[in-house]
Design a protein around this ligand. Structure first.
Ligand code: TPP
Ligand code: MG
Length: 348
């Protein structure tokens, strides 16, 4: 299956106001993946779910796209990713096609779990994406294990694990980080601090001001970035990756953002003060990037409009493909559920 690559969007404009080719190329790639994530999730949450076509729950990362995209673009293909439920763009960056995502949500064989999950608990070990672990924070010790494997083999890679602010108050989070810190494992920890854990606001689930304040307690560096600024996230992720890969141990990045939706599609978030949505709408990461690109002369409005049009077309085609994908045959029920007893564990 062909991977989605934003080749068409990599044409850097020339002229006195243009940035370096690398900067402009990064901006276009980032915009492509952020818009793709937004449009795919909008289609799932606002249309397919309401049409009754989705078989499981729907959790989206609206307003948080700069985090998965900024970090994803700073990773290398051999780095192992442990996404959480608001990081869809990581899959696209690794080459998963949007049609696989729609098929996944509709429980069809074209999805990454071949119709065994109607939700986002998907991964692909060939792409070094470990499926989302539903119990929040439980992925941190598992990612520490992957980082231990990388270190043990002497490989120059890192494991990247993503989680929300609420997850940082669970025991697994602390134990996993402590182990990684003591062992100096190549682990990059990314917190999507969207300031809510379902209906619990940040100040009711932790007494320190920042998630990053927790890093020094484990002897690891931690930094806070504007999670709605894709460049800030990208550069922080590069710093973290360089630190982890050079044997210095884990690195924590807290990305401050806001959940511009309910916890899930069934939740209207009536407990979130309306004015917070209004304030954060002004900091929308996609609008911000587009304004930046226009101001710098890196893109014209026409090019940006074209990018949106092409992505919407891709979304339409992908939904149509997924709807043609069959439901799994009942005979597949037990396939790929347990490891075949060959003694050959899956390599991550
Ligand atoms: C251990 C555990 N408790 C509860 C849940 C149900 N649940 C799923 S996501 C979520 C909120 C998590 O909040 P946060 O970590 O801040 O992530 P966010 O949803 O805000 O991105 C909850 C309570 C779960 N999956 N795992
Ligand atoms: Mg949260």
């Amino acid at each position: 299956m062909a991977a989605v690559r934003p080749i068409d969007f990599l044409q850097a404009p020339s002229g006195p106001s243009a940035g370096t080719d690398a900067e402009v190329g990064l901006a276009f790639r980032a915009l492509h993946y952020m818009v793709l994530m937004r449009e795919v999730e909008d289609r799932i949450e606002r249309k397919l779910y309401r049409q009754g076509k989705i078989v499981g729950g729907v959790y989206v990362g609206r307003g948080q796209e700069a985090i998965a995209v900024g970090v994803g673009l700073a990773t290398e293909p051999e780095d192992v990713l442990f996404p959480c439920h608001r990081d869809l763009a990581l899959y696209f960056i690794r080459g998963v096609h949007p049609r696989q995502v729609f098929a996944q949500y509709m429980g069809r064989v074209g999805g990454l779990t071949r119709g065994k999950d109607g939700n986002m608990h998907m991964g692909d070990l060939k792409l070094k994406i470990v499926a989302i672990i539903s119990a929040m924070a439980a992925s941190v010790p598992v990612a520490a294990g992957a980082a231990l494997g990388i270190k043990y083999k002497g490989l120059p890679h890192a494991a990247f694990v993503f989680f929300g602010d609420g997850a940082t108050s669970r025991g697994d989070w602390h134990e996993g980080i402590n182990l990684a810190a003591v062992q100096k494992l190549p682990l990059v920890l990314i917190c999507n601090n969207n300031q809510w854990a379902y209906s619990t606001p940040l100040e009711k689930q932790m007494a320190c001001k920042n998630v990053a304040d927790r890093g020094p307690g484990y002897g690891i560096p931690a930094e806070i970035v504007d999670g709605n600024d894709v460049f800030a996230v990208y550069h922080a992720a590069q710093r973290a990756a360089a630190h982890a890969r050079s044997g210095l141990g884990p690195y924590l990045i807290e990305c401050k953002t806001f959940r511009m939706t309910g916890h899930a599609a069934h939740d209207q978030a009536l407990y979130v003060p309306k004015q917070l949505f209004e304030e954060w709408a002004k900091k929308d990461p996609i609008d911000r990037l587009e304004r930046h690109m226009l101001r710098k002369g890196w893109a014209s409005q026409e090019e940006i409009d074209r990018l949106h049009r092409e992505i919407l077309q891709l979304v339409d085609e992908s939904v149509a493909w997924a709807e043609q994908s069959p439901y799994p045959d009942p005979s597949e029920l037990y396939d790929n559920v347990y490891e075949t007893p060959s003694g050959q564990g899956s390599e991550v």
